[in-house]
Design a protein around this ligand. Structure first.
Ligand code: URP
Ligand code: ZN
Ligand code: ZN
Length: 460
């Protein structure tokens, strides 16, 4: 099957020109002006933008968490992603403490194989670092192509590791050419504040926010950055939300250290005033919580300063019945919200249309940088001969409104209900196959492939 996309405005992290793309099979064969290849299908992209399929490196599909499971599985989650122009996700495998990393890998393979509509990879979350775990890292990186290892500095008793384990893990991952990523918040401080609030009878969702002040994230981000500097491991902070944490990263740059930073769409667009809505605020209970307007400004600036390289979602949806597990106690509300489908369109509308970021930066932070940082470039995240033909044809003027009535997440509420968006994915192509056209999904579960990743470069 071959495809010729004609007269689109082709945007990459570096380029911006009117041209054509020729796809044969799963790969792009040629990019240029006035291409005259004969193709099975020709798409006229006049007036449209053409950019690489999005990569969301932070999603939780079918994840066991806080006594329940995130409500999107691989089929529904990757389908929603495709509707929103995201052709690949990186999900998190969670090691069960006391069991091996390979046990966890098998469990996640059962969840994903034959079910994903879009491409996917995994980060391996190490929740119990010991001699057995250490021995598994080499083959995970070199044989399985799982090259990034997630750590939690919070969620004690379930996911958190201590600094001793962190340094041990960092040394081994560095040795094997991988990357350590982190949920950087101070778990002990947070647990102290949660216990205090519960004891004082402060049980509404507002106290989720008040139990995780900015300092808890700033402290952990600095500590993580220092440990990464000491061990020399390539390091990446997931879902960074605030000024204090970004300043810890900024300080690391003074000693010429590179720490990669991801923020998520919600931290750019939503703020902590949403915690003033009684139990309805449970819709936005996530960790870290939403922050202040000044933090949003810091994050937009951080993108343009090159300190924040990646935009994810931390998509971790729960239906309202699940959120109600914490009706009497905020600490029992499953943490997370639905966002995967909306990342690309919201960022375009609020970032590009509002003049906050350029088109090239838009592509860099929605796909190219993640592909480079996580060892998939130039297979993914770019429009070039030889790259996978993961392509979005985008109508920058089309307006629409986000709602739980029309989204594709398996979740009965939207965190962005009623949000007016300008710009819509019109056609989404996954490895040469039209996956979404005019709002209709054209692929079935099983189309998505596991993508083996390479070792990590420190420079992007
Ligand atoms: O609230 C969140 N973020 N839920 C998912 C788990 C995590 O910390 O990323
Ligand atoms: Zn997290
Ligand atoms: Zn997460």
């Amino acid at each position: 099957m071959s495809l010729l996309i004609k007269n689109g405005r082709i945007i990459t992290a570096a380029d911006d020109f009117i041209g054509d793309l020729f796809v044969d099979g799963e790969q792009i064969q040629a990019v240029g002006r006035n291409l005259s290849y004969k193709a099975d299908e020709v798409i006229d992209a006049s007036g449209k933008l053409v950019f690489p399929g999005g990569i969301d490196p932070h999603v939780h599909l079918d994840m066991p968490f806080m006594g329940t499971f995130s409500s999107d599985d691989y089929a529904t989650g990757t389908a929603a992603a495709l509707h929103g122009g995201t052709t690949m996700v990186i999900d998190f495998i969670l090691q069960t403490q006391g069991r091996t990393l390979y046990d966890a890998l098998e469990e996640w393979q059962k969840k994903s194989q034959g079910k994903a509509c879009g491409d996917y990879s995994y980060h391996m979350a190490v929740t119990d670092f010991n001699e057995t775990t250490k021995a598994e890292i080499k083959s995970l990186i070199h044989e399985e192509g799982i090259t990034s290892f997630k750590t939690f500095m919070a969620y004690k008793g379930a996911l958190m590791i201590d600094d001793n384990q962190m340094v041990g893990l960092m040394k081994e991952v560095k040795e094997q050419g991988g990357m350590v990523t982190v949920h950087a918040t101070n778990g002990d401080m947070i647990d102290h504040l949660i216990a205090k609030n519960r004891q004082e009878g402060n049980l509404s969702p507002l106290y989720h926010y008040l139990s995780q002040p900015e300092i808890t994230e700033a402290e952990a981000s600095g500590r993580f950055t220092d440990m990464a500097h000491y061990t020399g491991v390539p390091a990446y902070i997931v879902h960074l939300t605030c000024e204090g944490a970004l300043n810890a990263v900024r300080r690391a740059t003074y000693r010429n250290q590179k720490v990669f930073v991801e923020t998520c769409i919600q931290y750019l667009l939503l703020d902590a005033s949403l915690y003033d809505k009684g139990f309805e605020s449970a819709k936005w209970v996530m960790s870290p919580p939403l922050r202040k307007k000044k933090d949003q400004e810091t994050l937009w600036a951080g993108i343009n300063q090159g300190l924040v390289q990646v935009l994810g979602t931390d998509h971790c949806p729960f239906n309202w019945e699940q959120k109600k597990m914490g009706e009497e106690d905020f600490s029992k509300i499953p943490n997370g919200h639905p966002a995967l489908e909306h990342r690309m369109e919201l960022l375009f509308s609020e970032g590009v249309h509002q003049g906050k970021i350029s088109l090239n930066t838009y592509v860099a932070i929605t796909s190219t940088n993640a592909a480079k940082i996580f060892g998939m470039y130039p297979r993914k995240g770019c429009l070039a001969a030889g790259s996978d033909a993961d392509i979005v044809i985008f109508d920058p003027q089309k307006e629409h409104v986000i709602s739980a009535d029309n989204h594709h997440h398996r979740c009965d509420y939207s965190a962005y209900e009623g949000w007016k968006v300008k710009g819509k994915c019109e056609t989404v192509i996954l490895r040469g196959q039209v996956a979404v056209a005019n709002g209709e999904l054209k692929v079935t579960p099983g189309m998505g492939k596991f993508i083996k990743r390479g070792t990590i470069s420190k420079v992007i």
